[in-house]
Design a protein around this ligand. Structure first.
Ligand SMILES: [Zn+2]
Length: 532
């Protein structure tokens, strides 16, 4: 964990601006957003960065095909597609970097000039295979024989499209010198690449020995010019990776850079793991900069068994889901249904089923029943609990356990599913408590003892919901705010975002006398949503 004056710094990959945002890219952004909201609510200083990768040959080709300059094309895509999607999924990022911004391009040139001056870069000629869709040179192991219309040609294993053979004069980074240094680093820092499957893949790749990396191109000019030889532009990947430092003041704001770098977590899809766990750390070693603390490679979202991507035309836009289910359910679904780090399948059926049973029934119903009973039996004023018997002790004990598990799972292990399981197990327990205690029956008895019992039951349920609102705020900020409002908690406890998650289990925070209102239904039934 970061020390008090250090920011907890989390990044998403910067997304390739030419792709339309789909649920695969939004998946990484959502995970980073949940992680950083959680840490903010621990009271830590946090910095969450996302952005767009805007250079490269593929982008130049599409801009031309659309009859505009590459800069106009990227401006349009950022404005019309990439910034709006952050709102769609309710992301609270602190910054958004674009690789065409001056704060990036100038620092990138400085970075590589320094490495060139230090003898880390040399001029050579490259001849080999290249996939335009990957914007990446390909090794023999990265390609396979094509079939069908591509029979007789070599195709990229990722894109199943023919690779090109190219020959050009390039500058090279002496990546091969870092083979042993990287292996030693992985050995000394077992948590650097996660999960274990990702780590094993990276280690066995590096063990084969690294080749020097071509870092420049001369066949097109949409990129950052190499300062000492401007006929060349920098290879798009080694320009893009530097966003993680240029965005936090590298070379321009020493104080901010010291406070923020190194990143605590780089979240990446497993397909770009080598760039982040091999090339990027080698670049940082060459520059004498500290390495990120963790590179976490998550799995792929599969739809009908295939990886989600625009090129395969299986892309689903996040708004297609949020328009129907809302952003909270969107965030919840991807964090709960798929173990982070493994591949997972998206299906509309699974999403609908979880929405109805877990969100609308288990959680939403509990919140509305409790608010309705406080209104019916106590005119909307939360009564004090009269005692704290074994049934209540079971609730407070379970809550303390759920808080501990959620904090450990979500905050440290990036196991969002494990954290949500603990919180929703607690919700189930509170539902079971109400079913057993039957407050609607107790209410019929007007004796003082029965009324005291009724007060205890409803206080226990409302105070449990107070804790649930705090614990779910990082994942579902909108419904948590609505619940907080319905419990009348703001007046006595202040803003929801200010409630420390690690303290959510301390019992008795919601004071008796709080004004509980019925409020809006947290998760309307799907048919009502569709009509509304
Ligand atoms: Zn490819």
């Amino acid at each position: 964990m970061a020390s008090s004056d250090q920011s907890y710094y989390v990044t998403t990959p910067i997304y390739y601006v030419n792709d339309a945002p789909h649920i695969g890219s939004a998946y990484t952004t959502t995970a980073g957003d949940v992680l950083t909201r959680w840490h903010r609510q621990r009271g830590e200083s946090v910095w969450y960065l996302t952005g767009t990768d805007e250079h490269g040959e593929k982008l130049l080709r599409t801009a031309r095909a659309n009859g505009v300059s590459p800069q106009e094309w990227t401006d349009k895509l950022v404005r019309e597609a990439w910034l709006p999607v952050l709102e769609t999924i309710d992301a609270a990022n602190d910054d958004f970097i674009r690789t065409t911004e001056k704060r990036h391009t100038e620092r990138v040139q400085e970075f590589w000039q320094n490495l060139y001056d230090a003898g880390e870069v040399y001029k050579g000629s490259y001849e080999g295979l290249y996939c335009v869709a990957c914007e990446e040179h390909k090794l023999p192991g990265d390609v396979e024989d094509g079939t069908g219309e591509y029979a007789g040609q070599l195709v990229c294993k990722i894109h199943h499209r023919p690779v090109e053979t190219i020959r050009e004069e390039n500058y090279f980074f002496k990546l091969s010198q870092y083979t042993d240094k990287l292996l030693a680093y992985y050995e000394e820092h077992p948590g650097f690449v996660q999960p274990a499957t990702a780590r094993n893949e990276v280690v066995s790749f590096v063990k084969q020995g690294l080749q020097d990396l071509s870092i420049s191109r001369t066949s097109f000019d949409w990129g950052i010019p190499i300062p000492w030889d401007p006929k060349h532009v920098l290879y798009v990947w080694i320009d893009a990776l530097l966003n993680y430092v240029t965005a936090v003041g590298y070379g321009s704001d020493e104080e901010k850079f010291e406070r923020t770098w190194p990143a605590d977590v780089h979240l990446v899809g497993k397909d770009i793991l080598r760039f982040h766990a091999v090339i990027w750390p080698a670049m940082l070693m060459a520059a004498g900069l500290p390495l990120p603390r963790k590179v976490f490679g998550h799995g792929w979202l599969l739809v009908g068994g295939e990886k989600m991507s625009k090129t395969k035309l299986t892309g689903i836009a996040p708004a297609q889901i949020t328009d129907h289910f809302g952003s909270d359910a969107y965030r919840y679904y991807f964090m709960r249904a798929i173990p982070f780090g493994q591949d997972g399948s998206f299906s509309w059926e699974d999403l609908s089923a979880r929405y109805t049973s877990e969100l609308a029934n288990d959680y939403g119903n509990l919140a509305s029943r409790v608010a309705a009973m406080v209104n019916r039996y106590f005119d909307g004023v939360l009564p004090a609990a009269a005692d704290h018997g074994p049934a209540e002790q079971a609730i407070t004990g379970a809550l303390a356990g759920a808080v501990k598990t959620a904090d450990e799972r979500i905050g440290e292990a990036l196991d969002f599913q494990g954290g949500l399981n603990a919180i929703f197990d607690f919700i189930k327990l509170v539902n079971g408590y109400l079913t057993e205690q039957e407050p609607w029956k107790v209410a019929k008895d007007t004796s003082e003892a029965a009324q005291a019992r009724l007060a205890t039951i409803l206080y226990t349920a409302a105070e449990s919901l107070r804790a649930v609102a705090v614990l779910l705020n990082a994942v579902m900020p909108k419904s948590s705010a609505a619940l907080w409002d319905s419990l009348g908690a703001e007046a006595s406890l202040g803003e929801l975002a200010e409630q420390p998650v690690q303290d959510a289990g301390r019992w008795g925070q919601l004071p008796a006398g709080s004004v509980v209102t019925k409020g809006a239904v947290l998760f309307p039934r799907l048919e009502e949503r569709a009509e509304g």
